[in-house]
Write a protein that binds this ligand. Structure first.
Ligand SMILES: Cc1ncc(COP(=O)(O)O)c(C=O)c1O
Length: 489
C-alpha cells in the first residue's frame, strides 16, 4: 500500500477510569488495529504530538507507547518523514475472516443484490487511449478555464453552496441546463422539472425506482447498454429485449413480445451500440403505444451533441404531447466521465415521487462542480467546446472509417458512424469479440465487445470502437495494430 493516507488517526479508546495505564491503552490500540488489518504496512501514523492533542492526554504516555511499538517491530521511522506501520499481518486478518465464515453464524445478504450481474474487471475497461470507448479528447479540454472557475468557487464559495440541501440541484445550474436543452435538443422543459443527478446511470436507476415495481415488465433495446439492463434486473423487473432494426426499436415487435410492459428504455438519437437513429414514424408509434398502454418512456440521450452529417436530431421528449417521456442527459461525454454530473427532465405530475426517491439516495451531487459548470455554460465555454469537439471528432471519425475500409475491406460491417464518439463494426462468423478485446487490451487498444450488449443468444459479435480520443494522425497505425490483433485468431 502506498503512503497515501498520511497520519490517519486510528480509533483508540482511552478510558481514564481504567486501572490500565494510558501508555498501555495507546499501545494496545495500535497493536490491535494492526493485527486486525485496519492499519497496513506503509501507512503513516500521527506524530506523538498530534495524537496526544487528539486524545487530550500528555505526550509522555504516547511516546512510551510508540517506543514499545518500535521495539516490537510494529512501527518503523524514517528520518524527516515520520512514523509508519512496519508490516501487515495477513495471517491474522485471514484468520479473522476464516473464523467469521466458519463460525456458523448466518451471513446472508439480500436476494436483490444477487440479481445484479457480477462485476467483472474486464481488461478492456482499464486503459486510456486508442479506441477507448466513451473517452473524450481530454488533451483538448479547456482545463485552464475550468481550473480558474474551480479555484474561484473553492476560494470564495457562495454561502448557499456550503449549506443548502436541495435534491433538485443548484438552481442557476438547472436554468443553464434548461436553456441548453430547449435550444439544442428541442426538449420541452422548465427549470423546475430538471433534476441534477450523478450521471445518466443514476438517472436510469432513479427512473426505475419511481416508475416500476418488482415483477413489472419493461422494453429494453436488443442490443442495449448493458448497465441499463442491469438496473432493471437488480430491481426485480422483467426486461423484455425488443429488436432494433435500421429504424430503431421495433415497436410492433415490442407489443408482441411484451404487451404488458410498463416502460420502454430507449436511446433514440443514437442507439447504443449500433448507432441507429430512431425514425420519425417509429417515434410516433412508440409515443402512441405509451399513451394507449399507460406506459412510460425513458429516453437516454447520452451523446447526441455530436452529429456529423446532419443537424442534431430533436429529442423524443419534444414530440411528446402526453408528458410520458422521462428525458435523461449527461456531461460524461461532452466534458469527462468522472465528473459524474447528469440531469433528468421529469413530467411535473411525477415530480413529488422523483423527489422522495432522490432525497433518500445521495440527495444531490457535490455543489462545487455544479457551480463551476454553471459559469462554464453561462460564459459560452460549453457551447464553444462542443463546437470544437464536433469538428475534431468528425475528422477522427472519418479517419477511422477510411482506415477500417482500407485495412479490412468488406470483412467488417460499419454501423453508426454518423454520430457520437464511437462506431461499431460487426465481425464475420466464428470471431469471438471478447477474446479479440482481451488481446487488444494487452496491446493497449481499448475497444469493447458488442456481444455483452445482447440479452439473448446467439449474440452478434462485434467491436465498439471509440474514436474521440485517438488523434487523426495516429489512426492509421492504430487500425493496423487492430488488424493484426483481429487476424490472430
Ligand atoms: C447509453 C448509455 N447510457 C448511460 C450511460 C451512463 O453514463 P454516465 O452515468 O456516465 O452519465 C452510458 C455510459 O457510457 C451509456 O453509454
Amino acid at each position: 500500500m502506498g503512503e497515501v493516507s498520511r497520519g490517519i488517526l486510528p480509533v483508540i479508546a482511552i478510558d481514564r477510569e481504567s486501572s490500565e495505564p494510558l501508555h498501555r491503552q495507546v499501545y494496545a490500540g495500535f497493536r490491535d488495529a494492526i493485527l486486525r488489518g485496519d492499519l497496513r504496512a506503509g501507512q503513516q501514523v500521527p506524530s506523538s504530538r498530534t495524537l496526544a492533542a487528539e486524545l487530550a492526554i500528555s505526550r509522555f504516555p504516547v511516546l512510551d507507547a510508540y517506543s514499545q511499538l518500535h521495539a516490537e517491530g510494529f512501527f518503523r521511522s524514517r528520518v524527516g518523514a515520520g512514523t509508519f506501520v512496519a508490516a501487515s499481518f495477513p495471517a491474522a486478518t485471514g484468520e479473522a475472516k476464516a473464523s467469521a465464515r466458519d463460525s456458523g453464524a448466518r451471513r446472508s445478504v439480500s436476494r436483490r443484490a444477487g440479481r445484479y450481474p457480477a462485476f467483472r474487471a474486464v481488461p478492456w475497461r482499464h486503459g486510456w487511449g486508442a479506441f477507448g470507448v466513451h473517452q473524450p479528447a481530454l488533451d483538448q479540454f479547456p482545463f485552464e478555464i475550468w481550473s480558474r472557475l474551480t479555484a474561484r468557487h473553492s476560494r470564495s464559495p457562495r454561502a448557499h453552496a456550503l449549506h443548502r440541501i436541495d435534491p433538485m440541484g443548484l438552481e442557476p445550474f438547472r436554468e443553464a441546463i434548461c436553456t441548453y436543452l430547449r435550444a439544442s435538443r428541442a426538449v420541452r422543459c422548465e427549470p423546475s422539472q430538471i433534476m441534477v443527478v450523478s450521471g445518466s446511470q443514476q438517472a436510469l436507476d432513479i427512473a426505475t425506482r419511481v416508475l416500476l415495481d418488482e415483477g413489472d415488465a419493461a422494453w429494453v433495446e436488443e442490443p442495449c447498454y448493458p448497465l441499463a439492463r442491469a438496473i432493471l434486473t437488480g430491481a426485480g423487473c422483467r426486461s423484455v429485449p425488443v429488436p432494433v432494426d435500421d429504424a430503431g426499436l421495433d415497436v410492433a415487435a415490442g407489443i408482441r413480445l411484451g404487451v404488458d410492459a410498463r416502460a420502454a428504455f430507449v436511446t433514440p438519437s443514437h442507439h447504443y451500440a449500433l448507432g441507429v437513429t430512431m425514425s420519425a414514424s417509429r417515434r410516433f408509434q412508440l409515443l402512441e403505444w405509451a399513451r394507449r398502454a399507460g406506459a412510460w418512456i425513458v429516453e437516454d440521450d447520452y451523446d447526441s451533441e455530436y452529429r456529423y452529417e446532419s443537424m442534431p436530431i430533436p429529442s423524443l421528449q419534444g414530440l411528446d404531447g402526453e408528458q410520458r417521456v422521462i428525458y435523461i442527459g449527461t456531461f460524461s461525454k461532452v466534458l469527462f466521465p468522472s465528473l459524474r454530473l447528469g440531469y433528468m427532465v421529469i413530467p411535473p405530475d411525477l415530480m413529488e415521487r422523483f423527489l422522495s426517491v432522490r432525497f433518500a439516495m445521495d440527495i444531490f451531487p457535490s455543489y462545487l462542480y455544479q457551480e463551476v459548470l454553471t459559469d462554464f455554460m453561462k460564459a459560452g465555454h460549453f457551447a464553444r467546446h462542443i463546437r470544437r469537439m464536433r469538428n475534431l471528432y468528425k475528422a477522427r471519425r472519418t479517419a477511422l472509417v477510411e482506415n477500417l475500409r482500407a485495412e479490412f475491406g468488406e470483412e467488417l460491417e460499419i454501423h453508426g458512424a454518423e454520430a457520437g464518439m464511437h462506431l461499431t463494426v460487426t465481425l464475420p462468423q466464428g470471431c469471438r469479440d471478447t477474446e479479440i478485446c482481451t488481446r487488444a487490451a494487452a496491446e493497449h487498444l481499448w475497444l469493447w465487445p458488442l456481444s455483452p450488449c445482447y440479452a439473448e443468444s446467439p449474440a452478434r459479435q462485434g467491436l465498439i470502437l471509440g474514436f474521440a480520443n485517438t488523434p487523426e494522425e495516429q489512426m492509421r497505425e492504430a487500425v493496423k495494430r487492430l488488424k493484426t490483433v483481429v487476424g490472430r485468431q
